[in-house]
Design a binder for this molecule. Sequence first.
Ligand code: ADP
Ligand code: MG
Length: 346
Amino acid sequence: MASQLELHDVTVRYGDFTAARNVSLTLEQGQIGCLLGPSGCGKTTLLRAIAGFEPIASGEIRLHGNQMASGSYSLQPERRRVGMVFQDFALFPHLNVRRNVAFGLASLDRSERRQRVDELLKLVDLAGYAESWPHELSGGQQQRVALARAMAPKPDILLLDEPFSSLDSELREQLAGEVRDLLKRNNVTAILVTHDQHEAFAMADQVTLLQSGEVAQTDTPYNLYHNPASEFVARFIGPGSIIAVTPDENGDLGHGLGTLQTSQRRWQPGESLKLLVRPDDVQYTEDSALRLPVVGRAFRGAEYLYELELPDGQRIYALTPSHINLPVGSTLPVEFRLQHMVVFSR
Ligand code: ADP
Ligand code: MG
């Protein structure tokens, strides 16, 4: 059976400028994907290409098995079964909630329409708000109305472009989780666009990280964090340092940092390597012989993020429970959890 969404080597150009290059990805029915990346990397461009607002220069887009676009063909947006939710809510201010949600339901008769709107408002937990006006609702509620409106015509895919970015950061992650549950319960296929990896992690099954219009990696949130394919991915996805190390024939890194496992060897003894060290790979261990000078620290409520200096001057970060309260200038006893670390060849 065909996948719900397929992009094959999709390239989008604005004049001479290539905004997306050879992007491929697939989503199965009910899967939530995410296009993640820094501003300007081509996320909105790809979403607009899927929706039909941007022609593609080459490649192919298929939805539910049907071709939507190729280098020489583009089905009109209104004939693609896509629903869109934008950053700025974009509710019609002069229509109440019911009429906003009913907007794409002109083909239904009155009572069917009424029933479908009620069903959707219940779905997004706004059952009592049908007669409210957009300005009477909070940002989170308005965005749930926008979601109901986009889902009302039962699109083959829902496209969400930075839908939470005008909300407070706390509300953002919460709403991302709620929207995920809602989409999952209803087996809706969706793509979220965001520059925020926490939002991506809270919502998506599969994340495609873009770097200057090209796919840097498509993977689960867990693998992007723990098995990044490149330094770009490693740095974008989370905090950490990339340090230079030179293991001996046993994999020993010296300085008491520990020993790389020879079983997962992608390196030669004496080779200069780069090691990705996440703060959660450096574990506070009270009786460890390895004690590293604290050169900085940030209080994060439940945790401290310590900046530590290695004997050769390179710096790494360690995360500890915040009752491990040590000042700059003291030393923190730690152990490296090398079995989890990612090695990049120089
Ligand atoms: P993102 O959504 O990841 O921030 P966009 O897809 O909006 O990125 O833009 C990708 C690149 O394409 C940017 O360099 C942007 O300036 C450029 N771009 C976007 N839209 C147009 C356009 N209509 N004409 C020319 N360049 C554009
Ligand atoms: Mg954008």
